[in-house]
Design a protein around this ligand. Structure first.
Ligand code: HXC
Length: 258
């Protein structure tokens, strides 16, 4: 049950990259629940189909398009599929990301580059490809950032660097594309349950310690990111651009140690 009106996003079309799982899938479902027609893209068709089927099962309209955000031509093709299906795009959510734990000293150049390619360059690729459609609609972009780079997070030099770049990209595009009527914002999630981030980055035996380090004493839920996405996609945030909304239970304020 949402606090927002069920028609808050009626008439809008959204694309969620990385929409096959985790935060991206939750955002896709929640945007649809509020009236948006939603396309999801990612590398694995089966995961995208599952998101689309879940949306369809609740009466929503969804489109699953396989595309790797590292491949500009695949992202372009996804935009064409959306235009062919719905003739517009109002909201782009850049949620595709890659990550693993690795000390900088043993991280290969390709390991560093792969995460930058997915997170930062992938976000740029999708923004660039969406620009013509977003300009026509006066749409908005929502980038999924992180809090890793607010301090120094060990074993995360690749992801922290990429997410810092996403914050820069968010602010720069907000300034460059604001005159075209396009808003560009970001959400920086902290530890969110049922996501690849938790599975890949937090050994289960550290969970209790991790929870104790969070002022609100719990991990977040994907839904708590998705509800904020509804706000940032909707006209309720019509004067908000270049902003990053931190949703982490206060974790980064503590220095994020365990
Ligand atoms: C060291 C690693 C590694 C690891 C991969 N590499 N995993 N290095 N430790 N655990 C290196 C490889 O050796 C290779 O370098 C390079 O990275 C590319 O690896 P590939 O497996 O070929 O890449 P690919 O198949 O494209 O997979 C990309 C991936 C993978 C990022 C490595 O983990 C992935 O697909 N992830 C997608 C989902 C995901 O990670 N989601 C989590 C997002 S969490 P060499 O030199 O050997 O060629 C998130 C949260 C942030 O973003 C905030 C948290 C609070």
């Amino acid at each position: 049950m949402s606090i927002f009106r069920a028609d808050a996003l009626q008439g809008l079309v959204a694309l969620v990259t990385g929409g096959g799982s985790g935060i991206g899938a939750a955002i896709a479902a929640t945007l649809a629940e509020h009236g948006a027609r939603v396309a999801v893209c990612g590398r694995t068709q089966a995961k995208l189909d599952a998101t689309a089927e879940a949306i369809a099962a609740t009466g929503g309209e969804a489109l699953a398009v396989a595309a790797d955000v590292r491949k500009p031509e695949q992202v372009e093709a996804a935009m064409q599929a959306i235009e062919a299906r719905w003739g517009r795009l109002d909201v782009l959510v850049n949620s595709a990301a890659g990550n693993f734990l690795c000390p900088a000293a043993s991280l290969s150049p390709n390991g560093f580059g792969t995460v930058v390619d997915i997170d930062l360059k992938g976000t740029f690729n999708a923004c660039k490809a969406a620009l013509p459609l977003l300009s026509r609609a006066g749409g908005s972009i929502l980038n999924i950032s992180a809090t890793l780079h607010y301090g120094g997070t060990p074993l995360q030099v690749h992801a922290a660097s990429a997410k810092a770049g996403i914050d820069a990209l968010t602010r720069t595009l907000a300034v460059e594309w604001g005159p075209a009527g396009i808003r560009v914002n970001a959400i920086a999630p902290g530890p969110i349950d049922n996501t690849e981030g938790i599975t890949r980055l937090l050994p289960p035996e550290l969970r209790t310690r991790a929870e104790r380090a969070i002022p609100l004493r719990r991990f977040g839920q994907p839904r708590e990111i998705a509800e904020a996405a509804v706000f940032l996609a909707s006209s309720a945030s019509a004067y908000t651009t270049g902003a990053t909304l931190v949703i982490d239970g206060g974790h980064w304020l503590t220095g994020m140690g365990l």
